[in-house]
Ligand binder design. Structure first.
Ligand code: HEM
Ligand SMILES: CC(C)=CCC/C(C)=C/CC/C(C)=C/COP(=O)(O)OP(=O)(O)O
Length: 315
C-alpha cells in the first residue's frame, strides 16, 4: 500500500535508501506480492498465529507452519481477487491507483488465475494437511471478503465494512481450529474483538480519505452520512469492542498479564475514540485524532494478541 501507518523500518537514519526484500524482487514477483496486500496480511496472519498459539495444545511444528502458510496464502488470494474485481475503483483513488492492475503492469486475467489458484491451493492444503474445520472456516472467510464484501456490499451500503469486516476476523478462529479441531469461547471472543475493532479502524481512516472514496463513488459512511455521524459511530463501536477486549480476563480465560495490557491499551483506544468523536475538523489534512486512532488501532491488535500468547504461556 502506498501510504502507511508503519514506520519505514528499512530506512536508515542517514537517509540512504536500502531496498526492502520485496523491493529487491523481480518486478513481476513484486506485483504478485502487492496483489496480496502484504502489509495488511502481517496483522491478519499475526492474529491467526496468536489464535493458534493461544490454544496451548501441542501441535507438530510442520503442521503449525502449514496452517499459518494456508492462512497467509488464503488471505493473500482474497486480496488478489479483491483487486481483480475492483481495478476500476482502484484506478480512481490516489491511494490505490499505483496497484499492479490500475497501473497497467498486470492484466486482469493473470490476477484472476493467481487468486483462484492460490485460494484453491490454500483451502485444499489446509483440508488435507491440517483439518476440515480450519479449511471450512478459511473457505468462508475468502468468500466473505471477495463475494460478500467486495462484490456485494462495498459499492452498495456504508454498512459494507461492518458486515464484510467479519472476513478479517476469522483468522484467529482458523488458527485455534487448526490447533484443536474445535471452536471454543476464547476464539469466538477473539473473532468478536476483531469484528468490533474493524469499524473504528476503518472509519477513522475513511474520515481523512473521504474525498477519495467520494471521487470513486464508494458509499463509505463519511461520504453518505457525513463526518459527525461517522465520528459518533467510531465511538459507539469502541464501547462493545472494549468490553469484548477485556472480557477474557474476568471470564477466567486469560490471566492478569493479558487483562492488564488489555485494560491499558483499551483505555488509550477509547480516549482516542473520544477525541475523534468530539472533533469538528473538516479539513482532511488537519485530522490528527483520526490519523492517530487509525495508526493506534493497528498497534492495538498486535499488542493485545501478543499479550494473549504471552499470558497463555507464562501466566
Ligand atoms: C472490511 C474491513 C477493513 C477495511 C475496509 C480496511 C481498510 C483499510 C485500508 C483502506 C487501509 C489502507 C490504509 C492506507 O493505505 O494508508 C488499511 C490498512 C491496514 N489494515 Fe485494514 N481494513 C479492514 C480490516 C482489517 C483487518 C481485519 C486487519 C487485520 C486484522 C487490518 C489490518 C490493517 C493493517 C495492518 C493496515 C496497515 C497497512 C499499511 O501500513 O499499509 N485491516 N485498512
Ligand atoms: C483468511 C482471510 C481470507 C482473511 C481475509 C483478510 C483480509 C484480506 C481482510 C480484509 C481487510 C482489508 C484489507 C480490507 C480492505 O478493504 P478494501 O478492499 O476496501 O481496501 P482497498 O481500498 O485498500 O482495496
Amino acid at each position: 500500500m502506498a501510504s502507511s501507518a508503519y514506520p519505514d523500518l528499512t530506512a536508515p537514519a542517514d537517509g540512504a535508501v536500502v531496498p526492502s526484500p520485496v523491493a529487491a524482487m523481480p518486478a513481476e514477483w513484486r506485483d504478485f506480492v502487492a496483489l496480496c496486500k502484504p502489509r495488511v496480511l502481517t496483522l491478519v496472519v499475526f492474529t491467526g498465529l496468536c489464535g493458534m498459539l493461544a490454544a496451548r495444545v501441542p501441535i507438530h511444528p510442520v503442521l503449525g507452519f502449514t496452517a499459518i502458510l494456508c492462512i497467509t496464502l488464503g488471505a493473500g488470494a482474497a486480496g488478489a481477487l479483491n483487486q481483480w474485481y475492483e481495478a476500476d475503483l482502484d484506478a480512481k483513488m490516489k491511494r490505490t491507483r499505483n496497484r499492479p492492475l490500475p497501473a497497467g503492469r498486470m492484466d486482469r486475467q493473470s490476477a484472476l488465475h493467481f487468486g483462484v489458484g492460490l485460494a484453491s491451493f490454500s483451502v485444499l492444503l489446509m483440508g488435507l494437511a491440517v483439518n476440515l474445520l480450519a479449511a471450512g472456516i478459511l473457505t468462508v472467510s475468502i468468500w466473505f471478503y471477495v463475494l460478500i464484501y467486495t462484490v456485494w456490499l462495498k459499492r452498495r451500503t456504508p454498512q459494507n465494512i461492518v458486515i464484510g469486516g467479519a472476513a478479517g476476523a476469522f483468522p484467529a478462529l482458523i488458527g485455534w481450529a487448526a490447533a484443536t479441531g474445535r471452536v471454543d469461547l476464547l476464539p469466538v471472543l477473539l473473532f468478536a474483538l476483531v469484528f468490533l475493532w474493524t469499524p473504528p479502524h476503518f472509519w477513522a481512516l475513511s474520515l481523512y480519505v473521504k474525498t477519495d472514496y467520494a471521487a470513486a463513488g464508494v458509499p463509505m459512511l463519511p461520504v453518505v452520512a457525513g463526518l459527525t455521524v461517522t465520528r459518533t459511530q467510531v465511538l459507539l463501536y469502541t464501547v462493545p469492542m472494549s468490553i469484548t477486549a477485556i472480557a477474557p480476563w474476568p471470564l477466567g480465560l486469560t490471566g492478569a498479564i493479558y487483562g492488564v495490557v488489555a485494560c491499558l491499551f483499551t483505555a488509550v483506544f477509547a480516549a482516542m475514540a473520544v477525541q475523534v468523536a468530539v472533533s469538528r475538523e473538516t479539513d482532511q489534512a488537519a485530522m490528527k485524532p483520526e490519523r492517530r486512532l487509525f495508526a493506534f488501532s493497528i498497534l492495538y491488535l498486535f499488542v493485545l494478541f501478543g499479550a494473549l500468547v504471552v499470558d497463555r504461556f507464562f501466566a
